[in-house]
Write a protein of this length. Sequence first.
Length: 135
Amino acid sequence: CMSYNENQIAKICWKEMAGPYTHHYGFNPKTIFEKCSQSKNDEYRDECYFSAASNMSITYTKPGQLEPLQDLPPLCSNYISVPDLYRKCLEYIINVNIHSSKILIGRIKEFCAHETKKYQNTTCDDILAEKLKYS
């Protein structure tokens, strides 16, 4: 990805790196964020990480776990100090889940409850309510 000079191609390349990073590093948001941060700029980093966070939110489970998201590390914690990017990260995850399958709405509600409990704010719940109103 570092060899691409064209903005759109480089951006797409970094977004697609989310798959291999998630596969190789598993459910480790901190490590994946660090890998995505090797990009040329913050926009590419964010495309990479938001896509990886969405992958993690859809596929995270542990064997025998009744509540699949209960131990999931907070996926947008790298952005908590930047409200606009934190919201964008949450929106990306919610959008991908809602558009993947309506069955995942329960899972994304659980994800939002997890995020709300961790950070004591309702941003995720607010975004989800807004998206469900228009879907």
